[in-house]
Structures are given as structure tokens and as C-alpha cells.
Ligand binder design. Structure first.
Ligand code: UD1
Ligand code: MG
Length: 490
């Protein structure tokens, strides 16, 4: 733990978020593959605090479960009926003190669960200034073109901060101030603990305002200061779906920017979306219309896209994935996927192996150099090395009740339209004939054919479909002159 690690971070997450018009609590809405509160917790966690707490109330159980899933050790503090950010922090601090086995000393950082672009770096800067200057309170501020709705930063002649006035409580004159309170602060724990019980609900909103702590701290002789950030995005919250989309777009832009700095080629940043936990290598090329989600990891020289969506996919070096959708899959080095493949969970494609056009796979292991080139479905199967699966092959893996496995060996050649009725196995070096319905195991080196004798019923079309274009064409084809006349083209 370094100097700058605070005693505690308290993340406020008790608000309702009604403007989202959603059954889901606001802070659980996602951008770039993580919930808003998930981003807030990640930034807080980066400070390596001794204690990390979240204050909850709205949809208490659902929010607490979500937060605990993200950070199992987190302190969950419940806010009671008294409304306001002041009450939220008061109860957050009580829970922290309880977990600590006594009042924490040092710095307490307060952040919001709905401010997703805030970084650990900016929080660390706030804490560093707070500690260096020995402040009672240090508030993070930003200058906005339109400060409507925010608390305004009230400064003295000498530039020091005397307090914060909420928009609803502010005079016309105060509303002209465009430096606003981000709602993110560093407090001295002792001063915060003493001030909060003195905060009343005597204001327009009849809430306990955390912002009142600034005036109380100052009155008690403490130093109150502000750190103004130039990066307004980092203090912006999302209250509705439009703001969520705007913040999501900006976060994505920042993620792409960072990867491009690290040597990833992104052809069209406007149509590329990369989640926060994706890991890329230099010289990866990402073509337009591509989304990389979850824990996707892509190796160097791989080419992804255009129009590809990968979720939790591991892509090896030099692999190529074109116009495809894949989830929970692995593509080894120099493998190729697509165009138009639908790769479902459990697909493991070996080195230099291929899943080609219009192929669907699920729970399949494909060995090195093997190819599923066109038009088929492979589910619950294992395929050895250097095997060629013919066009239109499918596994009949589901008997209507249970799923069964298909085992296909190495250097196998299956002909077009083979069907593998699982459970079934095909030995190394075996072949299948066109249209084979493989119900019995095929030994190594055998050719499996399943056919009924072909029978041609002469004159059937003219007999059964008289007068149709087909019957007329058949008639013409059987006229001797035409047979001769057609010969050059035959
Ligand atoms: C608050 C600040 C305001 C600042 C603004 C920045 C106060 C009194 N005002 O405004 O100066 O400019 O944030 O966005 O602090 N919350 C709780 N419990 C509550 C109320 C809120 O946990 O009882 C949480 C919310 O979930 C949210 C955050 O606190 O994450 C801020 O609440 P919100 O109502 O959006 O802030 P304002 O009161 O508008
Ligand atoms: Mg409010």
C-alpha cells in the first residue's frame, strides 16, 4: 500500500434512477461490457483502499448482489429513510467504521455509482492533492458550458472554496457560476464523521446534503479546496438512456484510442466497439463493423472483421475471422473462420484449421489443419487432425431428449451431405460416400456408403406432368434432330 491509498472509498449507489425508465436499477446498466457501478468500483479499487463500501437502498437486494458479485469483499451499507447524499455517506462511514472495528483515520473518498468514466488516475490525483495540502475536504470540480442542475462551487475572493450551493437552492447570481461539484471528494475521516450529524434537511429538497459538510469543515477551521479537472467526461453521470449512450460512445472512443496507441490497427473507429476487458496485441487488424465483447483476447497479426461479433473468444496469432458471430470459443494460431460462420460455445478450432461459410458449430473440437469448409452443422463432436469434412455435413447430435457425441478421426475425408447420427465414430483415414447417413461406427480406413439403388423411371415427366414446361423440355431433348443439333454444346 502506498502513501496515497485512502482509508476508505464509499461509492454511493442508493438512488432510484427513474429517468432510465427501466426495470433494471440504473447503476446496473452497462457500457463497454461493464455495469456503470462496475466501472465505478474498478476505479475505486485501483486506489487500493483499506476499506471499500457501497451504499444501497433502491432495489437493495438486487444491487447488493450485483456489487458483491463484482467485489466479494465489499462492505454493503444500507441507507435508511432519510434522503440525501449526506445521509448516504453517514451510513456508509458507519459501516466502514464497524468493519474496521473502530473509527477509521485518514482519507475517505466518496464517489458515485453512476459516473462510469472516472479513472483511478484522477481519483489518485485528488487524494494526492488532498494529502499534500493537508485539506479537510478536497472536492473534484469541472467547468461546464451548461451547469444547470449541478451544485455550484462558491469561492472566496482569494480563490479558496467556501462551499457548494445546490442548483435548486441557488440565487440567480450563483446560478451563473459554471464551476460545478462533481460529487466526488476526499475528506478527512474525523472531520467528516463530526460534521455529518450536524447536517440538516433544511433545504428545498429536504435532503441531507453532503455538500453542507464543506461549510461545516471550514467553520471548524479546516481547509477546503478544489481540484478542477479539464476532462469533464470523467465526472459526468448518466441519468437517462441518451446520456448512457453518449458516455458509452466516449468510453469506447477512449478504449480504441488506447489500443491504437499500442499498435492495434482499427480501420474504422466509428463502427468498432471494444469492451473494457478485451485484450489485443499489436498488429491486430480490426475491420469495420466489429464488436469485441467480454474477455475476448486476440493475438498478433490476427485480422478480425468486417462485421464480426466476438464474445469471450480467444483468437490466436495470424488467425482470420470474417463476417462471423462467435461466443465462448477458441481459434488457434492461423486458423480461419467465416465468412458467415455462427460459432457457439465450446468450439475449439485448432491451428490452421477452418470453419468456413455458413457453418454452425457448438461444443466441437477441430484438430490442427482440419476443415469444415461449407454449409453445415457440427455439434458435440471431436474431429482429429487434417480431416476434411465435406460440404453440407451435419451431426445429428440430438435424439429429441439427449445430446450425443460424434468422434471423427484424423485424415478423414467425408463426402458431401454426410450425416453423422450420434453417438457414432469414424476412424482415422476413413472415407464416407456422398449422402451417407452414418449410423454405425466406421473403422479406420473404411469407406462408408449408405445408398438405395437409383432407379430411373423413363418418360415419367411427360406421363405424369403433361404439358408443363418440364415435359416440353424433355420432349425436345428426346427429338433426334435436337440431340444432334445440341451436340456442339454438350
Ligand atoms: C449531487 C450533489 C451536487 C452535484 C451532483 C453531481 C448533493 C447534495 N448534491 O446532486 O452538488 O453537482 O451530485 O452529480 O450532494 N445517492 C444516494 N442516496 C441518496 C441520494 C443520492 O446514495 O439519498 C446517490 C445516487 O445514487 C447518486 C449520487 O448519490 O449516485 C448523486 O445523487 P443525485 O441525486 O444524482 O445527485 P444530486 O442530488 O442531483
Ligand atoms: Mg438528488
Amino acid at each position: 500500500m502506498d502513501n496515497h491509498s485512502p482509508a476508505a472509498v464509499i461509492v454511493l449507489a442508493a438512488g432510484a434512477g427513474t429517468r432510465m425508465k427501466s426495470a433494471k436499477p440504473k447503476i446496473m446498466h452497462e457500457i463497454c461490457g461493464r455495469s456503470m457501478v462496475g466501472h465505478a468500483l474498478a476505479a475505486a479499487q485501483g486506489l487500493d483502499p483499506q476499506h471499500l463500501a457501497a451504499v444501497v437502498r433502491f432495489e437493495r437486494d438486487r444491487v447488493a448482489e450485483h456489487i458483491t458479485n463484482i467485489l466479494p469483499g465489499i462492505i454493503i451499507a444500507d441507507q435508511d429513510d432519510v434522503p440525501g447524499t449526506g445521509r448516504a455517506v453517514e451510513q456508509g462511514l458507519e459501516a466502514v467504521d464497524a468493519a474496521n472495528g473502530g473509527p477509521v483515520q485518514g482519507t475517505v473518498v466518496v464517489t458515485y455509482g453512476d459516473v462510469p468514466l472516472l479513472t483511478t488516475e484522477l481519483l489518485a490525483e485528488l487524494v494526492a492533492v488532498h494529502k499534500k495540502d493537508g485539506n479537510a475536504v478536497t472536492v473534484l470540480t469541472a467547468v461546464l458550458d451548461d451547469p444547470t442542475g449541478y451544485g455550484r462551487i462558491i469561492r472566496e475572493e482569494d480563490g479558496s472554496v467556501s462551499g457548494i450551493r445546490e442548483h435548486k437552492d441557488a440565487t440567480e447570481e450563483e446560478r451563473k457560476i459554471n464551476e460545478v461539484n462533481s460529487g466526488i471528494y476526499a475528506f478527512d475521516a474525523e472531520i467528516l464523521r463530526n460534521a455529518l450529524p450536524q447536517v440538516s434537511t433544511d433545504n428545498v429538497q429536504q435532503e441531507k446534503y453532503l455538500t453542507d459538510v464543506l461549510g461545516l469543515a471550514r467553520a471548524a477551521g479546516g481547509r477546503v479546496a478544489a481540484v478542477a479537472t479539464q476532462d469533464r467526461w470523467q465526472v459526468e453521470g448518466a441519468n437517462d438512456r441518451r446520456q448512457l449512450a453518449t458516455l458509452g460512445k466516449e468510453m469506447n472512443r477512449r478504449i480504441l484510442d488506447e489500443w491504437m496507441k499500442q499498435g492495434v490497427g482499427i480501420i474504422d473507429p466509428d463502427t468498432t466497439w471494444i469492451d473494457v476487458e478485451v485484450i489485443l496485441s499489436n498488429d491486430v487488424t480490426i475491420k469495420p463493423g466489429t464488436q469485441l465483447h467480454g474477455h475476448t483476447i486476440v493475438g498478433t497479426d490476427a485480422v478480425i472483421g468486417p462485421d464480426t461479433t466476438l464474445t469471450n473468444v480467444r483468437v490466436g496469432q495470424g488467425a482470420n475471422v470474417t463476417r462471423s458471430v462467435a461466443t465462448d470459443a477458441e481459434f488457434a494460431d492461423h486458423s480461419t473462420v467465416g465468412p458467415f460462420a455462427y460459432v457457439r460455445p465450446g468450439t475449439k478450432l485448432g491451428e490452421e484449421a477452418k470453419i468456413g461459410a455458413f457453418y454452425e458449430t457448438k461444443n466441437v473440437t477441430v484438430g490442427k489443419g482440419s476443415k469444415l469448409s461449407h454449409l453445415g452443422y457440427m455439434g458435440d463432436a471431436e474431429i482429429g487432425e487434417y480431416t476434411n469434412i465435406g460440404c453440407g455435413n451435419i451431426t445429428a447430435n440430438y435424439d429429441g431428449v439427449n445430446k450425443h457425441r460424434t468422434q471423427i478421426g484424423s485424415h478423414v475425408r467425408t463426402s458431401s451431405n454426410s450425416v453423422f447420427v450420434a453417438p457414432v465414430s469414424v476412424g482415422d483415414g476413413a472415407y464416407t460416400g456422398a449422402g451417407a447417413v452414418v449410423r454405425k461406427d466406421v473403422p479406420a480406413g473404411a469407406l462408408a456408403i449408405t445408398f438405395a439403388q437409383q432407379k430411373n423411371m423413363e418418360g415419367w415427366t411427360q406421363d405424369k406432368r403433361p404439358g408443363t414446361p418440364a415435359a416440353q423440355a424433355a420432349q425436345r431433348a428426346q427429338t433426334p434432330q435436337n440431340q444432334i443439333a445440341q451436340e456442339p454444346n454438350a
